[in-house]
Design a protein around this ligand. Sequence first.
Ligand code: COI
Length: 368
Amino acid sequence: MTVAGLDSSRLRVKITGRSLPRCADEDLGFGTVITDHMLKVEWSVERGWNAPMIIPAGPVGLHPFAHVFHYAVECYEGMKAYVDANGDVRLFRPRMNMQRFRTSAKRLSLPDFDGEELLKCIETLVDIDKDWIPRKRGFSMYLRPVIFSTTPWLGLTQCAEAMILVLCCPVGPYFKSGFVPIKLSVDAKYIRAWPGGTGNVKAGGNYGPTVISQANATAAGASQSLFVYDKHEYVTEAGTMNVFFLIRNERGVKQLITPSLEDGTILPGVTRQSVIELSQQWGECETIERMIPFGDIKAAFERGDVLEIFGTGTAAVIQPISGIVYEGVEYKPITEFNDKALQVRLTNFLVSVQYGDIDHPWSHVVPK
Ligand code: COI
C-alpha cells in the first residue's frame, strides 16, 4: 500500500451558503466567530494523508479514546489574513508558520507533511472565506491550523491516526483594551516552560496550564504574567507573547533584548523574529538575544534604564507593557508611550506590511 503525502492537487471543496450571522468589525472580539468553511485533512499510518477537504465549518466527531483528549497530543499555529487597498488577500510570512507547525508536530510525534502543500490548501480556504476578512484597521482574519492525534485507544503509543483542521475567525484586538499598555506581574509560582520541555514549540499543552496564573496576575493588579524559571529567574514569556525590553546597559549602550532560543524554553515567534530583523536593520540600538535573569531587568529599572517593554505575538502583534509587578513593587519603563517610541514605530511598520500599504517580501499575496 502506498502512503500518501499531503497533496493540494487532491483538494476537494464543498461550498456552503453563508450560515452564520456576521457582526460589525468593531464588535469583534478575539476568537468567538467562526467563518463558513474549514479545512480538514485526515491521516493514518497505513494510508498516509487523505485528500484534503474544505467543508462547512462545524463539529468533528472523534472517538472518545482519541489521544488528543487524554494525552494532549496536539499543536497549533496562529496566522492572520488581511485585505489590502486593491482587495488582494495577504498573509504575513506564512512559510515561517508552516515550518514551525512541522517542527511542533515532530516534537509531539505527530505525522509530518509538506508545508507548501498545506499552505496551498490554506490559500484556497482563505480565498473562499475572504468576505469574512474585516476591512477595519487593527482587525483581520485569524487562521488557526491545528494538528492532533485521533488515535483511538488509551495506550500511550506512537500516533496511528491524526487530523489537521484549519479554522478561520474574523478578529479584533487580542486584548480588549486594544493598543494600550498592559501591566505584567512576575509569577513566582507557575513556570511556563523549562529546558528539555516543549516551550519552543506551539503545543496547546504549553498554554492551558498558564490559565491558572491569570489569577495571580489579577491579584497583583496586572493583566498578564511574566513567566520566569530557576533560581536565576530567567525571563521566558509574557502571557501568550514573547517579550522585549529596550534598556540602557551599565555602560549606557541602548539594547533591545529578548530571551534567546538557546535553552528551548522560548517559542520562536514570527512577530518576534520580525522585530529582531527590523531592529537589526534600523540599527538604532544593539539587538540582543540572550538568557535574561530577571535581576538584570530589576537592576536596569533601579538605574532608570528600562526604556520600553513590549510583548509580541500573532494575536497581539505588538503589545505595549506599562510596568512589571515584582514582589509587590511595580517597576515602570521611563519612555512615554507615543509615536516616537520604538514599539510604536515597529508596530506601524509591521501593520503597513501586513495590510500591504508597502511592498515587502514578508507580505504574501494569496493567489485568486
Ligand atoms: C497567537 O498569538 O497566535 C497565539 O497562539 C496565542 C493564543 C493564546 C491566541
